[in-house]
Write a protein that binds this ligand. Structure first.
Ligand SMILES: [Fe+2]
Ligand SMILES: [Fe+2]
Length: 149
């Protein structure tokens, strides 16, 4: 699998987890799924920054691409901010679901941007072997972070 397929697979999993959060019948179940989502999303974003984003920063000579990477990194911070807001809201409150809606919206936008313009740029920098190596790198980083967590 290359880095594009690898990241897309994670994104689809997050969408599935978010749907499960919304469909959960009890608060306990909802919180349980949310905790998994939160841990995995944070690790995904950090590993992505250290693999794909870092490799793109190295490969590019374009100011526009550098700006784009700054922007998507800021979105990671924004997503982490929503995760924290949700965690600190009362689980049975409307506020919890409002923040969750904001998270979902931010993720949808972010995934679309990565899978669209960002991947398109990356594909012009990396050949197939490099793209597969980046997937292995991201996977190794995630495993390391999960072991530490
Ligand atoms: Fe991503
Ligand atoms: Fe991302």
């Amino acid at each position: 699998m290359d880095i594009y397929g690898y990241i897309k697979k994670d994104h689809r999993r997050f969408e599935d987890l978010m749907e499960q959060v919304e469909k959960a019948r009890t608060t306990a179940k909802r919180l349980d799924i949310f905790r998994t989502l939160k841990a995995e999303l944070i690790i995904h974003a950090k590993a992505e920054e250290q693999s794909l984003y870092a490799a793109m920063e190295k490969a590019t000579r374009s100011k526009a691409v550098e700006k784009k990477l700054d922007h998507t990194t800021e979105e990671h911070d924004e997503i982490e901010g929503f995760l924290k807001q949700i965690s600190s809201a009362s689980p049975s409150s409307d506020q919890w679901m409002i923040h969750f809606g904001e998270l979902k919206h931010a993720c949808a936008h972010h995934f679309e941007e990565e899978e669209g313009t960002l991947f398109e740029k990356a594909k012009s920098y990396f050949d197939a072997a490099q793209a597969r190596q980046l997937a292995r790198d991201m996977d190794a980083l995630k495993r390391e972070m999960m072991a530490d967590a």
